[in-house]
Ligand binder design. Structure first.
Ligand code: NAD
Ligand code: MG
Length: 384
């Protein structure tokens, strides 16, 4: 039996992870579960899984959480520092599934334990970059990618020398607006943006998929996780989301990982690694699917992946700035304050300004993130 903490237990990845745990109760003991503001869901999960502690990020909701857990024997805590302390509680595996840079500090705390971190929270790695990968190396932590593309690449690299890699190809569904003409994109609504054709996900990543910034962030994530160089990383549109990514070697062999569009597959791969575990997902029926198609991305309609590549090449704080600007712009779009096409424009504008010094430690990354958020707000205000 392994001990397990889930940071962001009340979200989409959290729910998929707990669904697997529910089906494999003998394999895991839950240490800590965290959520942002949904006390009812968090308390119900903590009770169902017999967690040691439940932590609510919004400290104002702590009294409600206490009340909901009264008599259960489950400890409770609230606020940003409590998230970090929950992540410091010994756990064999921590699933980092908070959305956005808000997950960075607790994810770093989990990494510093030197155990296994299953990373879904791509924004944390994109922002912290070398600060995080150095901590992983320093503490001897096993960092397992949960993002489906990176999990696929991780599996395709197993047993191979990265020196023999010719290309790593990240596949992308292209999102709900894949075939929309540029003119129509301007009028895309939040409801249309979160309706992803293949995947059921949280609102922020759904919008990121629609702008293709998700693939941009994933490009940066891959650059850190698989250091083969930016010129060996490519993006390919694959509308069916069956081939989750691939690695081509110097001899012309391409290894791909295929599976249903269900995050329980990559999560199970990370939870059981290096072994395998069952999932309730339907076996892949390629005859039923019939056709797998691929095409090159269109960076004129969807410039986000170009911005991400430029941020990698610029280095230093650029990726953290890009991520922060995107978080602010996506929130503004979801709140109905800016047009869909302004999201990536805002990122471009913030990146075009002076970049802060390269972050050397977690505190630097958090400062860069904060500053870029302020800048993104200012630019959006002045553009109105
Ligand atoms: P979600 O919005 O469904 O859930 C996010 C979780 O983070 C929730 O538990 C929420 O309560 C918590 N949270 C939100 N804001 C917080 C804050 N300020 N402080 C602390 N906790 C906070 O998101 P999701 O779709 O589950 O995605 C989670 C992460 O996984 C994201 O980084 C996303 O990019 C990544 N990811 C998700 C999918 C997917 O299929 N959903 C796939 C690949 C990667
Ligand atoms: Mg992904």
């Amino acid at each position: 039996m392994r001990t397990l903490t889930i940071l962001g237990a009340t979200g989409s990845i959290g729910a998929s992870t707990l669904d697997l745990v529910r089906r494999n109760r003998a394999a895991f003991r839950v240490v800590a579960l965290t959520g942002h503001g949904n006390v009812a869901v968090l308390a119900a999960l903590a009770i169902e899984f017999g967690a040691d502690i439940a932590v609510i990020a919004d400290a104002a909701r702590l009294p409600d959480l206490r009340a909901a857990l009264a008599g259960s024997g489950i400890a409770s805590a609230g606020g940003a520092q409590a998230l970090i302390e929950a992540a410091q509680r010994p756990a064999d595996v921590t699933v980092a599934a908070i959305v956005g840079c808000a997950g960075l500090a607790p994810t770093m705390a989990a990494i510093e334990q030197g155990k296994t971190v299953a990373l879904a929270n791509k924004e944390a790695l994109v922002s912290a970059g070398g600060v995080m990968t150095r901590a992983v190396a320093q503490h001897g932590t096993t960092l397992l990618p949960v993002d489906s593309e990176h999990n696929a690449i991780f599996q395709c690299l197993a047993g191979n020398d990265p020196a023999h890699v010719r290309w790593i190809t990240l596949t992308a569904s292209g999102g709900p607006f894949r075939d929309w003409p540029a003119e129509r994109l301007r009028h895309a609504t939040p409801a249309e943006a979160v309706r992803h054709p293949n995947w059921s996900m949280g609102a922020k990543i759904s919008v990121d998929s629609a702008t293709m910034m998700n693939k941009g962030l994933e490009f940066i994530e891959a650059w850190h996780l698989f250091p083969v160089g930016a010129d060996r990383l490519r993006i390919l549109i694959h509308p069916q989301s069956i081939v989750h990514s691939m690695v081509e070697y110097r001899d012309g062999s391409t290894l791909a990982q295929l599976g249903p569009s269900d995050m329980r597959v990559p999560i199970a791969s990370a939870l059981a690694w290096p072994a395998r575990m069952d999932t309730p997902c339907e076996p892949l029926d390629l005859a039923e699917i019939g056709t797998l198609s691929f095409r090159r991305p269109d960076e004129v309609r969807f410039p986000a992946t170009r911005l991400a590549r430029e941020a990698v090449l610029a280095g230093g704080a650029a990726a953290a700035v890009l991520n922060a600007a995107n978080e602010i712009a996506v929130a503004a779009f979801l709140a109905g304050q800016i047009a869909f096409t302004r999201i990536v424009q805002c990122c471009d504008d913030v990146l075009a300004g002076a970049l802060p010094a390269p972050p050397q430690c977690l505190g630097d990354v958090i400062a860069v993130d904060r500053e870029a958020r302020v800048r993104a707000h200012e630019l959006m205000e002045s553009a109105r």
